[in-house]
Design a protein around this ligand. Structure first.
Ligand SMILES: [Zn+2]
Length: 115
């Protein structure tokens, strides 16, 4: 179960609505319609955290084995990262935080906001 940081209503993650037209995977609270985001953003962290590994394989094997295997590696990287983030979310669920109103804010990947 997730809890809205704004109105404190509890709901399932499937009840969240994606905020289309907005950046960085924001969601809307089904109760108060407030713009929220998950913290920490696991998919982003894992995707970019594993990027050097992907790049290494791309440079060492992708070049030798051609574009088809490069595309397979790209898919494996993206799909693998999503699966890992789903898996981690089961162990340590991300919490919802209110989104800042500024839509053009830089991606909060390297700026940890641990308090
Ligand atoms: Zn709410």
């Amino acid at each position: 179960m997730l809890e809205c940081p704004s109105c404190h209503s509890k709901f399932k993650s499937s009840m969240l609505r994606a905020e289309w037209g907005s950046s960085k995977g924001r969601v809307l609270c089904p109760a108060c319609n407030k713009s929220l985001h998950f913290s920490p953003p696991y998919p982003l962290i894992i995707l970019w955290g594993s990027f050097p590994v992907f790049l290494y394989f791309l440079l060492t094997r992708g070049i030798r084995e051609g574009w088809f295997s490069s595309i397979k590696m790209l898919l494996a990287w993206v799909v693998g990262s999503v699966l890992v983030s789903v898996y981690i979310s089961q162990i340590k669920p991300p919490v919802l935080k209110p989104s800042p109103p500024d839509d053009d804010a830089p991606i909060e990947l390297f700026k940890r906001e641990d308090k």
